[in-house]
Design a protein around this ligand. Structure first.
Ligand code: COA
Length: 187
């Protein structure tokens, strides 16, 4: 299998990214994991569309493609308001999603490698991310296997008043790379 090519995202990519997000939500729902992203398609949410559109002009959106087709998306930028500030300059992973039809290929790790390269290229030595920490914390475990270390736990109040449990994870760059990368890469 050829490696994924990772390139800057454009406005034209937004429908494909929404497709990846919708497919991931369906995949989560099918596994009973409705706590992370709920049950509704992202494509039906105007705020999600606006957020994606806002990420394009500053160059925050990056697309992984195979044979010219988008198979993953990465958004990097600044930390959101709901997580504790970092004590030093950082690059923050705001969104990561891969094609459910290409699971098991290590595309998520490839996109995280791209984030590391972007960070180091900007002189940044800290990469952070947050993710859903509910249920069995499987997603936290996946990031730990990608070389991240869990730091602060936090909670966001959902519109219905319940709490969405989140976990911040950090990776200090420089002592990289692909450290702790687990999983099957298939190439
Ligand atoms: C997380 C993600 C980007 C990793 O991409 P990838 O390198 O292509 O990895 P895979 O899809 O093969 O998944 C790797 C493992 O993590 C598990 N996993 C992935 N997303 C998960 C999630 N949201 N919750 C629980 N487990 C998850 C998979 O079941 C798989 O487990 P296995 O190794 O036991 O089979 C991708 O799985 C994805 O898009 N997941 C759904 C959306 C998501 O949760 N994005 C991250 C938001 S912070």
């Amino acid at each position: 299998m050829s490696p994924a090519r990772i390139r800057a995202g454009a406005m034209d990519d937004i429908p494909a990214v929404l497709g990846l997000l919708d497919a991931a939500t369906e995949w989560l729902v099918a596994r009973g994991r409705t706590g992370q992203w709920g049950t509704e398609p992202h494509s039906g949410d105007p705020r999600r569309r606006a957020q994606l559109a806002a990420w394009v002009p500053p160059g925050h959106l990056h697309i992984a493609e195979l044979d010219g087709r988008p198979v993953g998306a990465l958004v990097v930028g600044a930390a959101p308001a709901h997580v504790p500030a970092a004590g030093e300059p950082e690059l923050y992973v705001e969104l990561l999603v891969t094609s459910r039809g290409h699971a098991g290929r290590g595309l998520g790790g490839d996109l995280l490698d791209h984030a590391r390269v972007l960070a180091l290229g900007r002189g940044l030595r800290l990469l952070r991310i947050d993710c859903y920490a509910g249920d069995d914390r499987a997603l936290v475990g996946w990031y730990e296997r990608q070389g991240f270390r869990a730091t602060e736990a936090f909670a966001v109040t959902r519109p219905d008043g319940t709490q969405w449990p989140g976990q911040v994870l950090v990776q200090e760059l420089g002592q990289l790379s692909r450290r702790g990368r687990g999983g099957r890469r298939g190439r």
